[in-house]
Write a protein that binds this ligand. Structure first.
Ligand code: BYC
Length: 481
């Protein structure tokens, strides 16, 4: 069960050959996927890329590495192993056996969650499609493509569930996942952050740090699902997701490290003239990507999330570690809220709500605590360089378009601003066209083995180590066409 079968047209560990109807349906979706990949996937022509491919869903040694022409990557369907005794861990069905089929009463909600999850995967590939043209090194180029092929595989993971468990409606949704496109005015992607551009590598590293991390947390809650195939799918996706987290975390590390070096060497904050990215620009990119990623958790209070939880469709982050009844019908929770200040105005505060409706806030708080870890790392880099400057996460109400704070504007410190004040000051806090043009001007490709662009430090251990799968940084990760 655990080992994928690569002799099949669609590699899988779900005995696809035993269900001819499903196999045929997926085989007829496969050409649409491949034509989407050709039209909307990476634009840089390559011969082959040093990629990992899953060969087992268990523990160590689950992946193999080798040079693969990207369109021939073996996208497939891999679920974590089934635990035959698994019970539902939360909600109204707590303690019942996990579902192997979709209960009719929850069909629409489950399909919706799977479609939203599935929609983000190809969206990110679309957002990142032009980045190959400006990669700072072959190592980074390879990491970009690894992330891209795995997001493609995550789309396969959701399409398998749609085809396998949701009949004709599921097949139609699977088609739609390839028709919607990031940033399209007619058929945009579903969630806000996935219609934003990723035009440069600083954005890419911030996206993989902040937005992929939303993916980690959402997948963590879907891994708890009573619908066992969804749970097992997400469990394996999380394994692949760890690499995406690494790309974002160390990517921002390396940008900050290079900036700090140039600041110290030249005894100036104005590193732009020396070809590095100024810290205030890094802070603005951080502010943007963090705030649009906070929106991905939905409203601070939500009846959708209460229903998902009670039905057993979507749990909490590390559900089994929570010391409560896992049903939550009698509990309350303090959420961030906009309150009346008693004089006709609004003030940012906290509000007690039924715990179930506060679950988006609960997940967002877990996520925020994790994000703070990155900022701490980056500040340690500044500190070891002997610099007094520090990066920070903006206030939860800053630049929000979804939820309680969508109707107000605040500074990164959380001070409420009038619309006019916001207009006057927002360029201090969010990337301006000039900032973006400057960052883009640094994005010149470096495709020579072992070389790296001047605005970013090489990974730790380079040039003889510091690479992927024990290879050196200077390895020939990508052969260009
Ligand atoms: N943009 O009840 P509410 C990833 C909608 S990332 C646009 O407050 P709910 C990845 C919402 O749909 C993880 N619309 O929110 C990362 C609802 O619409 P309806 C993706 C938004 O439903 C990088 C209405 O507003 N996975 O994997 O409790 C690279 C009221 O919403 C937004 C998931 O998100 C928004 N930002 O929670 C690759 C998991 N936010 O019902 C991949 C599945 C909310 O009024 N999705 N709305 O029409 C969910 O769990 C939930 O749907 C959400 C929203 C957390 C997204």
């Amino acid at each position: 069960m655990a080992a994928p079968d690569y002799s099949e047209k669609i590699p899988n560990n779900v005995r696809l050959h035993e269900d001819r109807r499903l196999q045929r349906a997926l085989e007829s979706w496969q050409p649409s996927f491949l034509s989407w990949w050709r039209e909307m996937g990476p634009t840089l022509p390559t011969q082959d890329v040093y990629l990992r491919t899953a060969i087992d869903v268990r523990g160590e040694g689950w992946a193999q590495f080798g040079h693969v022409p990207m369109p021939e990557y073996r996208w497939g369907i891999f679920l974590a192993e089934r635990d035959p005794g698994r019970e539902i861990g939360f909600g109204a069905h707590k303690g019942e056996p996990a579902w192997q089929q979709v209960p009719g009463e929850y069909r629409a909600e489950l399909r919706r969650l799977i479609v939203i999850q599935g929609d983000t995967e190809p969206a990110s590939v679309e957002q990142q499609r032009n980045l190959g043209a400006t990669a700072p090194s072959l190592y980074d180029l390879r990491n970009l493509f690894q992330v891209n092929v795995e997001e493609g595989r995550h789309l396969w993971a959701m399409v398998y569930l749609l085809h396998g468990y949701f009949g004709r409606e599921g097949r139609e949704e699977a088609e739609e996942l390839l028709h919607r496109n990031s940033g399209s005015s007619d058929a945009p992607r579903i969630l806000g952050a996935f219609n934003e551009e990723t035009p440069d590598w600083l954005s890419f590293f911030m996206f993989t740090y902040f937005t992929d991390r939303d993916g980690k947390y959402q997948l963590g809650t879907l891994k708890e699902s009573a619908f066992d195939p969804l749970s097992r799918t997400c469990e394996f996706m999380l394994k692949e997701e760890a690499h995406h987290m690494m790309v974002g975390t160390t990517g921002v590390d390396r940008v900050v490290e290079r900036t700090a070096q140039v600041m110290v060497e030249n005894d100036t904050d104005d590193v732009a003239a020396h070809g590095a990215i100024p810290l205030d620009v890094i802070q603005k990119y951080l502010n943007f990507h963090y705030s649009v990623s906070l929106d991905l958790f939905g409203g601070e209070t939500s009846t959708n999330v209460a229903n998902y939880y009670s039905a057993g469709l979507k749990g909490r982050w590390l559900e089994e570690r929570r010391a409560d009844d896992h049903v939550l019908t009698h509990d309350s929770f303090m959420v961030d809220a906009l309150l009346d200040d008693g004089t006709g105005g609004k003030t940012i505060g906290q509000l007690e709500v039924p715990a179930l409706t506060g679950l988006n806030t609960d997940l967002r708080r877990e996520y925020i605590a994790d994000c703070a870890g990155g900022v701490k790392r980056w500040n340690r880099i500044l500190e070891s360089a002997g610099l007094p400057h520090r990066l920070s996460l903006p206030h939860v109400a800053f630049n929000r378009k979804v939820g309680a704070f969508a109707v107000i504007e605040t500074s990164p410190a959380g001070e409420q601003l009038s619309a006019a004040e916001w207009e006057r000051r927002k360029d201090q806090w969010l990337p301006t066209e000039t900032d973006k043009a400057f960052v883009r001007s640094l994005m010149q490709p470096v495709y020579e083995r072992g070389k790296i662009a001047a605005w970013i430090a090489p990974p730790r251990g380079a040039p003889n180590g510091g690479g992927i799968n024990g290879q050196p940084f200077a390895y020939d990760y990508v052969h260009l066409a």
